[in-house]
Write a protein that binds this ligand. Structure first.
Ligand code: GDP
Ligand code: IMO
Ligand code: MG
Length: 427
């Protein structure tokens, strides 16, 4: 069972960091394959809490080699500060590998991200402002700067100048901002080169060899299925492919090598930023989920929008990712509700719809059709086996599993490493 993908099944923040960290001790490589420091992954180890943005969550497991794949966009300033922050806390980061083909986020990407959002006004996406979209746009436009370009000064100068050609015109003439100096960017980025050089490697070769040797490789998604640029709620999405196929392109590993795809699924639903969200709650229940679940963004500190579980979305995640398993997180947060509504289908313009509509207009009009499941009041945070859960909590899990189309193989009952019920092994 050598290669697994672990990804978000909803709109991100499902608990991917915790799930990856949990497996970290038994895997050889943990690979980020897309996204950048827009991610915010929380890992709680004993009484220590870590917030990771760019680095794979496997970095906290000493036996594991963390890898930043070619599909990731890397902000070198963030990379170095995250590494030194971990080093100060005694975490050894020396095994990190970074693909030379990964693209770099530069200060001009962040500027363009922020001014574009401002320009969109009410239609804004609510991005994290980290320059993610503009960095991916440059990659697709073939004017991106890659990690390997840091090691060739004349190429770096040429590429930064080329990338700034049109951007400076747009910044000055359209957005009324100051032009960005190519020399300044080059000087800053050359300064990163030596600090990063030792981490840079041919990661696709290393990962394919590792899989062939029977090593265990875990691909850790950032964001989530509904934030995927192809399969998510476009345009309210991120600019990469968090879905399972992204692991292949973003790490250079063929689909025949992937043996298991695990969807991380919150026992209710949250979303950060703008865009449709059929089960969103604007009442005391929404506030209670936010408070009890600690639903505040790790990256931007924004309150997360909260709502009930949406089985239509979970089924969709099973389909577009080919999920083999779910890891259900935050079941403990639902303790105390007498009845727990679960969205089983949508009503769209008077019709009952069981699958996620492909039409954006339809999705904007989707109203949830709820089924109430009986709740429980017993504390479940100490549960170690499925049988330890109260009958109604077991029923809730079984009902979600039946509606969502893949087995629930693990259940999170608290943020800590140990607060997990393993139903089926992932390895
Ligand atoms: P990620 O982006 O998918 O890694 O998720 P985040 O770290 O942004 O948000 C998930 C939050 O839920 C973090 O604060 C985790 O510590 C916490 N968490 C993860 N699993 C559980 C769980 O089973 N129960 C509770 N109460 N908290 C959890
Ligand atoms: P993790 O990995 C939740 C959202 C932003 C915005 C949209 C586009 O912690 O689950 P971007 O900066 O990527 O261009 O913003 O995507 N977003 C996330 N929401 N969790 C994340 O990451 C996110 N990363 C981006 O809020 O709506
Ligand atoms: Mg997060």
């Amino acid at each position: 069972m050598p290669a697994l993908v672990l990804l978000g099944a909803q709109w991100g923040d499902e608990g991917k960091g915790k799930a990856t960290d949990l497996l970290g001790g038994s895997v050889d490589y943990v690979v980020r394959y897309q996204g950048g420091n827009n991610a915010g992954h929380t890992v709680v180890v004993g009484d220590q809490k870590y917030a990771l943005h760019l680095l794979p969550s496997g970095i906290l497991s000493p036996s594991c080699t963390p890898v930043i794949g070619n599909g990731v966009v890397v902000d070198p300033a963030v990379l170095l500060s995250e590494l030194s922050g971990l080093n100060e806390r005694g975490v050894d980061t020396s095994k990190l590998l970074i693909s030379g083909n990964a693209h770099l986020i530069t200060p001009y990407h962040q500027t363009v991200d922020k001014v574009t959002e401002r320009f969109l006004g009410k239609r804004k996406i609510g991005t994290t402002g980290r320059g993610i979209g503009p960095a991916y746009a440059d990659k697709i436009n073939r004017v991106g700067i890659r990690v390997q370009d840091l090691f060739d000064e004349s190429i770096l100068i040429q590429k930064v100048e080329a990338a700034l050609n049109d951007k400076n015109q747009i910044l000055v003439k359209l957005f009324n901002r100051r032009a960005i100096s190519a020399e300044q960017v080059v000087e800053e980025y050359l300064g990163y080169a030596e600090q990063i050089r030792d981490y840079v490697a041919d990661t696709t070769l290393i990962l394919n060899n590792a899989i062939d040797e029977g090593k265990v490789v875990l691909f850790e998604g950032g964001q989530g299925t509904l934030l995927d640029v192809d399969h998510g709620t476009y345009p309210f999405v991120t600019s990469s492919n968090p879905t399972a196929g992204g692991a292949c392109t973003g790490a250079g590993v063929g689909p025949t090598k992937i043996s298991r795809v695990i969807g991380i699924l919150k026992a209710y639903t949250t979303r950060v930023g703008a865009g449709p969200f059929p089960t969103e709650l604007f009442d005391a229940d929404g506030e209670a989920l936010r408070t009890i679940g600690g639903e505040r963004g790790v990256t931007t500190g924004r309150d997360r929008r909260c709502g009930w579980f949406d089985a239509v979305i979970a089924r969709y995640a099973t389909r577009v990712n080919g999920l083999t398993d779910f890891f259900l997180t935050k079941l403990d947060v639902l303790t105390g509700w007498e009845q727990i509504p679960v969205c089983v289908a949508y009503e769209i313009d008077g019709r009952r719809v069981e699958e996620l509509p492909y039409s954006q207009t339809d999705f904007h009009h989707a109203k949830p059709i709820y089924e109430n499941l009986p709740g429980w009041s017993e504390d479940i945070t100490k549960a170690k086996t499925f049988a330890d859960l109260p009958k109604n909590a077991q029923g809730y899990v079984r009902a979600l599993e039946q509606m969502s189309g893949a087995p629930i193989s693990a259940i999170g009952v608290g943020p800590g490493r140990d607060e997990t019920i393993q139903v089926n092994s992932f390895l």
